[in-house]
Design a protein around this ligand. Structure first.
Ligand SMILES: [Mg+2]
Length: 99
């Protein structure tokens, strides 16, 4: 599918409206995740809302992609440091459980 559909949507609906959609879709994705945790059969709902989130984030990326990339790099470095600092027993717990 063409990446231009994101630009087309952004231009058709406008940045302010699509920013509102970011908030709306984030809320719907959070709700779907809670439904899963609540024991409901919500896999389809979760997948649908994740797809919505990815679509609207692709549009947000057109607006502030450089800033997103900077923050993503910073946060991935922090995640790497966190993972590296975890006790080895935690990182290997799945393997240990299989033994
Ligand atoms: Mg949605």
């Amino acid at each position: 599918m063409s990446e231009n559909i994101y630009q087309e949507a952004l231009e058709a609906f406008g940045a302010q409206h699509q920013l509102m959609k970011v908030a709306e879709e984030a809320s719907e994705l959070a709700t779907a995740a809670l439904h899963m945790l609540d024991g409901r059969d919500a896999m389809a709902e979760l997948a649908e809302e994740a797809a919505d989130m990815e679509i609207i984030l692709a549009q947000l990326r057109l607006l502030i992609g450089d800033e997103i990339d900077k923050q993503k790099t910073r946060k991935l470095k922090r995640l790497r440091a966190t993972l590296n600092g975890m006790p080895i027993i935690n990182r290997l717990k799945d393997r240990l459980a299989a033994v």
